[in-house]
Write a protein that binds this ligand. Structure first.
Ligand code: CP3
Length: 346
């Protein structure tokens, strides 16, 4: 079974020999090679320069043997096409936060193939480079709610209170913004699939801030629309919600092929709840990569065993790799996954 088959089959809930393994934020500052490639290059330029983005996308494959390569970019890259200026310090900072209907109406709805052509070029080059290895290429996008959170708040926040107040004081502004972002996200993911992405992941990092009722009202509709309009037959869709243990049933009803779970979720219970509806991805606490290699291997076996009743499982962390993570911990994680006993057909 080659890595592409393993990944696609796991996502679709077809039998595999063992779970495939990759890590969210696998290309990043914990790697000395990434820091070297980034020296003197602003983050947004890293995302725009095809040679740089290709180089750092491939680093985790070359250095650590991960079994999927994710496009190096950021969820805020396509937002420039809407006409919104975003800087990175290092988190996204919006110069002119969106607070009114007029600002939403002024947003452009560009064709991502024209507004961010370099993203599609990076994907095409990566697909060509990956062809001999048969390692699958992943694309991604930020989910509308998480993008809206930063666009309204202006920058990262612990509770995104400005955004939450808007739900009560100016719901029509938030509703209009989410509609525009949903449309953009569908077009962006489909353009990535056309350019060669074989799986796509939707990152809804901040949706877990909401109560189950607010999640149903403000988040679920955009997930349903995205899952129904993205070409999932060509590329399965992974949905990641951070801090989403309380909205697992809604995630299951989203139509996504795979649910990416953070470490607060008992993946064994989630597997039982999911049944045949979705595969699971996750869910080691990124901080656990600080443990000795044997301990990491044991945790990987425990997660794989607990997730075994799921229709499919992709080994990953519960959130992105942290900058201070030891490279040896990441390597131990990948190697432990590859050493798991064979279960199904090989
Ligand atoms: O997974 C990967 O390796 C692909 C690359 C990727 C990046 N950002 C690169 C990046 C992906 C998938 C993202 C997604 C992203 N970006 C999310 C959703 C997932 C998550 O982590 O919750 C969010 C919320 C963002 C917004 C963002 N971008 C923040 C909050 C930050 C600052 C915090 C941090 O980790 O530095 C960024 C900057 C960013 N995006 C960096 C990288 C490698 C660091 C920039 C640098 O190299 O200095």
């Amino acid at each position: 079974m080659n890595p592409t088959e393993r990944m696609l089959r796991a996502c679709r809930g077809e039998p595999v020999d063992r779970p495939p393994v990759w890590l969210m934020r696998q290309a990043g500052r914990y790697l000395p090679e990434y820091r070297r490639a980034r020296e003197g290059v602003p983050f947004l330029e890293m995302c725009r320069r095809v040679d740089k983005a290709v180089e750092v996308s491939l680093q985790p494959l070359r250095l650590l043997g991960v079994e999927a390569v994710i496009l190096f970019s950021d969820i805020f890259v396509p937002v420039a096409g809407l006409g919104v200026a975003v800087d990175f310090e290092p988190g996204p900072v919006v110069r002119d936060p969106i607070r009114s209907l007029d600002q939403v109406a002024a947003l452009r709805t560009p064709d991502p193939r024209e507004s961010v052509p370099f993203v599609m070029e990076i994907l095409r080059v990566l697909r060509r480079e990956l062809e001999p290895t048969k390692v699958p290429l992943l694309g991604f996008a930020g989910a509308p709610f998480t993008l809206a959170a930063y666009l309204i708040e202006g920058r990262g926040s612990k509770d995104f209170a400005t955004l939450k107040r808007m739900m009560y004081r100016a719901p029509e502004v938030l509703r209009a913004l989410l509609a525009r972002l949903t449309e953009m996200t569908v077009a962006y993911l489909n353009a990535q699939i056309e350019a060669g992405a074989q799986v796509v992941q939707l990152f809804d990092t901040w949706a877990g801030l909401l109560s189950p009722a607010d999640y149903a009202a403000w988040v679920q509709p955009s997930h349903l629309e995205i899952a129904s309009k993205v070409e999932r037959v060509r590329a399965p869709l992974i949905l990641y919600v951070n801090n989403g243990a309380h909205v697992l049933d809604a995630m299951l009803a989203s139509g996504a092929d795979v649910l990416s779970l953070d470490w607060r979720v008992d993946i064994g219970l989630a597997a039982k709840r999911a049944g045949a509806r979705a595969s699971l991805q996750g869910n080691l606490d990124p901080c656990a990569l600080a443990a000795p290699a044997e301990r990491i291997a044991q945790l990987v076996r425990e997660i794989a065993d607990a997730a075994a009743p799921a229709r499919g499982h992709v080994l990953n962390l519960g959130h992105g790799v942290l900058p201070e993570t030891p490279v040896g911990g990441v390597r131990a994680f990948v190697e432990a996954a590859k050493a798991l006993p064979v279960r199904g057909p090989s």
